[in-house]
Design a protein. Sequence first.
Length: 170
Amino acid sequence: MKKLCLFLGCVMCAAGVYAADDKPEILGTYDSWTAYVYTHQGEKTCYMTTTPTKSKGKYSKRGDVFLSVAHHPDKKEFDVVNVMAGYTYKKGSKPVISVDKNKGIALVSYEDGAWTKDKEVDAKLVGQMKKGSVAVLQGSSVRGTLTTDTFSMKGFSKAYRDIQKACGRE
């Protein structure tokens, strides 16, 4: 629960909608993925998140790691892919995420987060995630530590269905 609360705080702050009394509603948990809906001041956010099934790297201390997909219908933003690395990325580094045998997609990093460069790449990545079984994220910390995180896509499609429905995108 502590990891989830930390992640939700990061997501809500990034979305500009976090408030201490607001609580996300769990729509469902499907294998590795959990889907949520969150409304603050009339603005809805639907999102889903997972943690790595395996993490590799020569680090002594690392925070929590999450992969998420979010819809912000009031801002007309959908399929926003986000990574929380559990460390500060090396400035200017481009973490790479790949799904199964698809070519890796370079992300844009800032502090401990990373995103795709635009909505077209988000849509492409989400399409791969729907069909895939494993996503692998490789990144480099500010100290130069290389990490590899593996995420299961098991349950992705069901969680995605829930956030689609909750945000009126069926």
